[in-house]
Design a protein around this ligand. Sequence first.
Ligand code: NAI
Length: 436
Amino acid sequence: MISEKFENSFERKTRTFEYIHYREQVAVITGAGGGLGRIYALELASRGARVVVNDPGPARDGLGMSSAPADQVVNEILSKGGEAFANYDSVATPEGGEAIIQAALNAYGRIDILIHNAGILRDKTFVNMVPDLWDPVLAVHLDGAYHVTRPTVQAMKQQGYGRILLTTSTSGLFGNFGQANYGAAKMGLVGLMNCLKLEVNKYDICINCIAPTAITRMTEDLLPPEFTELLKPEAVSPLVLLLSSRQCPANGEIYCAAGGYFGRIALIAGEGVWFREKSSLSPETLAAAWERVSSLRGAREHSDANQVLLSLLSTQPTQKTNERPNQIPEGLTIANAFSGLEKRFNSKAAQGLEVIYQFIISGEEASEWQVIIKDQSCNVIPGVHEHPTTLLKIDGQDFLLLVSGCRSAAETFAAGKLIIEGRPGPAQRLERLFQL
Ligand code: NAI
């Protein structure tokens, strides 16, 4: 079997992990009629998944249509005792995307895995890239992801489980001559993942991007033929299978796979420079500091846009640090710190805000507290809320340092002592809400 053959080429130690299977699971793979998608379909089916092999069978540039590629893959799966059916809808339209996912739901009643793999190429240098070359490429890769992912997320949310893989490319992540359309679409998928991961993680839905390299119909004239043996699609599929599994170890991340190499690619933000004297800020002062502005020394990854802001604010030079108290007031406990929050509440700062903060306090005074803000009023209740908007995990001592004004929320966060989950935006308003 394909998976066995491939497993044998790996180090024995990988076998110490639990065998990964997809029994009782349903996988939809777009563009699975050939190339990489075909291998994903065969491998997932060989490990028990029921597979929807989607492919309208166009040529590499997206023109034409044929049911043969998807049918052939389905026949291969069936001949090996697997379960699959073909779907020929195009991902490039909302109706097509809806029809693909609905077909999976009609046949199997659920969808556990979505691999958006469909792709076409229409390369040209940018000035010659007329809309006929731009639009269809964006429609298949980027719009296609939207068209299939949206109905999939609806189904996965109801199930409380799902794994989604989008296919990006080093052409978008790093650039490739003559592929502005393709690169824009592929990088757009990273933006889609970055935002969607924040909405779905509480439903046990993981979404990741893969950047594969393999010699297929798409790349056979772009990659050197001497690498045909090395760059087989089979060398990419272990990553796809792992990220599609219950054991998926990542969420919101980008992984690269090529010829047996696997690695992570990430966006990072440099430390940057704060200018104290705003009056002397000019393009020239910026030019003089350019080496530090552009440096990536000490660069960090951030889990969302709010964390970027919190992190850079935490490095802002401020006189306030010297004015801060340096001791927790005597007798201040977690319980009276929480009951004090209601008195400190600044209702004006809560205009238009409806949020349920769930604090998880660890340490000696470990406890849980809900802070519910609605209609410009604040209600603090001990215990756990079923559906908090924002979860804040913090050690009791760090919480007391925060409420007594010894540390800012941004400093506490930057030091890794405040963990924010769920919607992070409201966490930024804590200081103004409670005049910390
Ligand atoms: P491929 O051309 O063999 O596979 C793409 C499949 O998508 C084809 O079977 C095609 O019929 C199908 N497809 C095209 N338009 C479709 C539509 N509207 N709806 C549904 N299916 C459609 O190419 P390959 O290499 O297997 O590519 C798979 C994915 O990997 C693509 O998204 C590609 O951009 C990406 N990729 C591949 C790389 C490589 O080195 N092969 C490099 C980076 C990314």
